[in-house]
Structures are given as C-alpha cells and as structure tokens.
Ligand binder design. Structure first.
Ligand SMILES: Cc1cc2nc3c(=O)[nH]c(=O)nc-3n(C[C@H](O)[C@H](O)[C@H](O)COP(=O)(O)OP(=O)(O)OC[C@H]3O[C@@H](n4cnc5c(N)ncnc54)[C@H](O)[C@@H]3O)c2cc1C
Length: 477
C-alpha cells in the first residue's frame, strides 16, 4: 500500500515507523528543512553551542506505548537528575524527586497530601499510561486508569502551600490555571511520570529522537522528503492509498478542501487554540545562582510563585493580556548533558518560555529574565548570549503552532478527549484511507507518538493488519 505522511513531527514519524514496519511503501513529506517538527535541535546564531528550539524535556519518551514498543531508551542515551521537576518559591522551592518518599519528606507538612495523590497513580501506572494514551479498551484497567486520574485531578484541590504550588506548576503545562480540569489531567499524568519514568532529556538534544525515528523509517524502506510543503491532497493521495496528516485541523481543511463534507470542514475550522509561548534561549557563564541550591541539579524548573500567582498569570494570558509576572517553564540541560557545548566550556545553556496570549507579538524575554532573577539574584549578570523567540516565530516555524500555541490546540474538557471533532476515533476523517495524526488529535500535545500510533493502528486495521513489532531487534540494518 502507498502511504504518504504529511509532516514529520513525533506523531507523523511514529505513524511512518509503524506503517513502514508493517511493510508498506512510506514517504514522509516535511515542509521544513529538517525532520522532527517539535523535535528540533539547532546551533545558536553566532555562538558555539546547541539548543532545543521546541521540546526539551521528555516525560513520555520512555513511557508512552509507542516509545516503549520502539524501545527508544535503548536506541539513544537519555540523562536525568534525581529531581524530575521543581517549583521556585520566594526564598525556597518545592521539589519533586523521582523518589516519592524523599519528595514527601522535603515538602514538610504538605508532603503527605502530595503522596496520598501520587501513590494510587503509581500503583496503577500502566493503566494511567494506557488511559493517557487513550488506549480505551473494554477492560477493567481502562476504568482503573480513568478512575485514578479522575481522583488525582480532583484531589489536587485539597493540596496546600508548597504541594499546591508544585501541582499548579505541572498543571500549567496545559497553559491553563489550576482550576482547569483538563489541564489537571495533563498535570496528574506528568507528575506521576515524575515519580515513575522520570523527566529525562536526550543527550545532544531533542533532535536525537527525530534522528532515531527517521533512521528506523529509512531502514525499513521509507523515505523522508524535506522542504516539501503539501498544499493539495491530490499531490500525495489517490483513492486506495493511505495518507496521514500530522497537520493542524485548519491546515488539513485547506489541503483537502474539495474532498471534505461541509459539516466536517466547518468543525475543523472551528477548532480552538490556546495560549502561545514566548521563549528565550540563553548561554550563561555559569550555573544559575538559585536561592534554593537544590535547584542547581534540576533539569526542569517551574517559576511562578504560589498557586494563585501561577493561575492568575495563566488566566491573564487566556484573557488576552501579557502577564506582568508570568509563569515560566525553564530547563537547564547542560547541568547533565555537556555534549551541547564545545569541549572544555564551563558555560550553561538555559531554555525558558512564558505563556502569552495567542497571536501576541510581544517578546516576553525581559519579563522572563526578571522572573528568573527574582528566584536567582545575579542571573542577569551571567548572560553572555541570548536569542528571543516570541510567539510569531513558532507560528512561522510550524503551521501547527497556530498563533504560537505550542500545544497545537486549547486544552479544555471539550477538546481533551475528542479533538479536533466530536468523535471517539478522531484520527479518522470522512475520506477513506485519510487520517489526522497531529497533536490536534488525542491524546494531544507532547512527544509521545501516540496520535501517530493510533492513526497507523486504524489504517492497518482497515487492511486486516495489526500493529507490527517495533523493537530494535526487528530492524533491517
Ligand atoms: C517551545 C516549545 C516547547 C515544548 N516543550 C515540550 C517539552 O518539553 N516536552 C514535550 O513533550 N513537548 C513539548 N512541546 C510540544 C511538542 O513539541 C509538540 O506537542 C509535538 O511536537 C507535536 O507533535 P506533532 O507530531 O503533532 O507535530 P509537530 O511537532 O507540530 O510537527 C508537525 C510537522 O508538520 C509539518 N507540516 C505541517 N504542515 C505541513 C504541510 N502542509 N506539508 C508538509 N509539512 C507540514 C511542520 O513543518 C512540522 O514539522 C514543546 C513545543 C514547543 C514549540
């Protein structure tokens, strides 16, 4: 069967891996000059060093069903710290270690409540992973996973002080305030992985994940064509073929314009986007001088103060205002991975972004610097190089990041389980053999490959095939 995959983000590449492994004739068409979409590591302009343009930290890369079947952890090296993620607070921090007991003990009197929420999730981690990957089976484990996540999402309300701030920081990955039920589901999964697989980073940068996927596709006869933007369905698909679109709903509606029923097309066009990101990449002359020294070892730090402040910043962005004191997501990869800098360098690379309103053109760099400075006095003096990437940069880099929304669509209850249309098999389109597989389909944003895996599973079922073995032992090379 001829299979075209349009877009080479983690989901497109996952779909291509599965289809190539199943023996089909696969071509991936990518509009950009590099494969990987949100998996992209570039050289700094006018500075020696490499940085992650988009995704940096990978809680799902060792945990999702697709990546576990692909055995990504045995193909490329990852590093992580004892600390999965931390949340900077005035004069101190709340820290989530991979070790739950230590987390609870250092959270002090707020620790037992954190543990009480995490323990049931960890006991059911396989069911939680299946549920978060939307592997909905008529099986008790599906119910167990859904129940554990639901209880955790509700249980977050009972958290106080440090534990509540820790939870608010991880919930805000969904670009929403702490009250958002949909973002709480996202936060509960990410927090549980913090105590399960951890929050690792790939040695050399996220581009290494894309390279491993492309290598596998090519080893199984597939091709990846770069600099090839698909504008019309007929360029890549004829009846009887399969096409899998790792594109946003509106992008797909434009490409398949004349082949879509009006109602479906209108549903695609009414898909909603959320907060955008304004990002800065720094080179520092040394490690960030955190007030709480434990943060020196954390690869991921959330900055936003107490829960009310985090939620206030996220609400402001959703209302259309750039928050004065934004919630900032920060990664300091070179605390563990020195391959990103020239040998002998003592510099540090830092990746940080804040949420801003969708479509905002404002460069939040100064606000981000002020925010870091407030938890790490002296930070500003260490900056030797910086590159700003406001929301329009992301919108231009990748049409899926509409208005700079790096999650590829707003995270709320209506769009959590059934995106971009109200269907339990959102990966299918009304055109036989044509599928959507981007982060605008379940299970949404992040580097997990599961939307691609689901689309490929449906495409294979259509021709009576199951998902093949994806492990490295079956490789052709
Ligand atoms: C700044 C930033 C930070 C992030 N941090 C993290 C993180 O730390 N951890 C994490 O898990 N996730 C993170 N994410 C989110 C993650 O990168 C995305 O959720 C993920 O990449 C989505 O994957 P995807 O396969 O849906 O498509 P994408 O990665 O969006 O890739 C889609 C690809 O399709 C191509 N394309 C689109 N239309 C066409 C067309 N018509 N023809 C040809 N090609 C086309 C695009 O050029 C792009 O390469 C981050 C994203 C950004 C931008």
């Amino acid at each position: 069967m001829k299979v075209s995959v349009i877009g080479s983000g983690p989901n497109g590449l996952a779909a291509a891996v599965v289809m190539a492994r199943a023996g089909h004739d696969v071509t991936v068409y990518e509009g950009s000059d590099k494969a990987g979409g949100g998996l992209r590591t570039d050289d700094f302009t006018e500075f020696d060093g490499r940085f992650d343009v988009c995704s940096a930290v990978h809680p799902m890369a060792l945990a999702s069903t697709f990546f576990r079947a692909f055995d990504l952890g045995s193909r490329i090296p990852f590093v992580q710290s004892d600390i999965s993620f931390a949340h900077a607070l005035p004069g101190r921090a709340a820290v989530a270690y991979q070790d739950l007991e230590r987390t609870s003990s250092e959270l002090g009197r707020t620790g037992p409540a954190w543990s009480a929420i995490m323990k049931p999730l960890l006991r059911q981690i396989d069911a939680v992973r299946a549920m978060s990957g939307l592997e909905l089976r008529p099986h008790p484990s599906t119910v167990a996973g859904a129940l554990a996540l639901g209880v955790a999402a509700m249980g977050f309300s009972a958290l106080r002080d440090e534990a509540r701030a820790l939870a608010a920081g991880v919930v805000a990955h969904g670009a929403a305030p702490f009250s958002s039920i949909a973002a709480r589901f996202v936060g509960a999964v990410l927090a549980a992985e913090g105590h399960a697989a951890g929050w690792p980073i790939p040695v050399g940068g996220s581009g290494a994940i894309a390279d491993a996927l492309v290598k596998d596709i090519q080893a199984h006869g597939g091709r990846v064509e770069l600099g090839r933007t698909v504008a019309d369905l007929r360029e890549v698909w004829s009846p009887g073929d399969t096409a899998m679109f790792d594109t946003g709903p509106r992008g797909f509606a434009d490409i398949a314009l004349n082949a879509l029923p009006a109602r479906y097309e209108s549903a695609l066009r009414s898909y909603r986007y959320g907060n955008a990101a304004s990002k800065v990449d720094f080179v520092l002359s040394g490690p960030i001088p955190w007030t709480d020294e434990r943060l020196r070892d954390a690869l991921t730090v959330h900055l936003g103060g107490w829960e009310r402040e985090v939620s206030g910043a996220e609400r402001a962005a959703l209302r259309g205002a750039v928050p004065e004191r934004p919630y900032v997501l920060l990664s300091q990869p070179t605390r563990r991975d020195r391959t990103r800098l020239p040998p002998g360098s003592t510099d540090e690379i830092v990746w940080a972004y804040a949420h801003v309103p969708n479509g905002s053109t404002e460069d939040a760099a100064e606000r981000i610097i002020d925010r870091i400075e407030s938890f790490a006095p002296g930070f500003r003096d260490l900056i030797v190089h910086r590159e700003s990437r406001p929301a329009p940069f992301f919108a231009q880099l990748n049409p899926n990041f509409h208005g700079g929304d790096i999650l590829g669509g707003r995270v709320d209850v209506p769009q959590l389980l059934t995106r971009p249309t109200k269907s339990v098999r959102s990966w299918r389109t009304p055109i036989p053999g044509v599928y959507l597989c981007s982060a605008a389909t379940p299970p949404g944003a992040g580097v997990h490959g599961m939307a691609g895996w689901h689309a490929a599973r449906l495409a294979l079922a259509r021709v009576g095939q199951g998902v093949p073995d994806l492990g490295p032992v079956a490789r052709a090379d």
